[in-house]
Design a protein around this ligand. Structure first.
Ligand code: FES
Length: 162
């Protein structure tokens, strides 16, 4: 946890320079928040408060921007993002059962992250591999024609990578 705090403080240090550059400019909030997303990895409540304290922009405004634009995430993401396709082709080929297995194995619901920061689980639209339905992506790598018994081994592979 100490490392996470140190990493965040370092990110804030870099963010300060961006805030300094943009805080008095019209439309400056967006580039500040983009930098926060990139440096901190999300614009969570703590980060919103930090930006508000430095810029004087109300937290409610920052929260509004963070929820309006899909480029911002309100919670830290895991090292590996699992995108389970819930598009039509995958759905009719059993993606819900795969999603259920992912939820069970990870102890997550879609949109959440494991406490160790390793995995974020998402339900996605078609990922363009309908011929491989049901399919999912892990950080851009496609896994297709999935059956529930595949999931344990796939997760294990990423756990070993750490
Ligand atoms: S519907 Fe899943 S890849 Fe197209």
């Amino acid at each position: 946890m100490a490392n996470a705090t140190a990493a965040r403080n370092e990110a804030y240090g870099k963010l300060d320079a961006v805030i300094e550059k943009w805080k008095d400019q019209d439309g400056g909030l967006l580039p500040i928040m983009q930098a926060a997303q990139e440096l901190v990895g999300c614009v969570d409540e703590e980060c919103q408060n930090y930006i508000s304290g430095k810029t004087g922009v109300p937290v409610s405004t920052i929260y509004g921007v963070a929820t309006f634009y899909s480029q911002f995430t309100l919670a830290p993401r895991g090292k590996y993002t699992i995108g389970m396709c819930m598009g039509t082709a995958c759905y009719v080929r059993g993606s819900q059962a795969i999603m259920d297995e992912l939820e069970k194995q990870l102890g997550l619901t879609p949109g959440t992250t494991t406490p160790d920061g390793l995995f974020t689980l998402d339900a996605t639209r078609c990922i363009g591999c309908c011929g491989l339905a049901p399919a999912m992506m892990v950080n851009g790598e496609v896994y297709g024609r999935l059956v529930t018994t595949d999931i344990k081994g796939i997760l294990e592979k990423y756990r070993k990578l750490g």
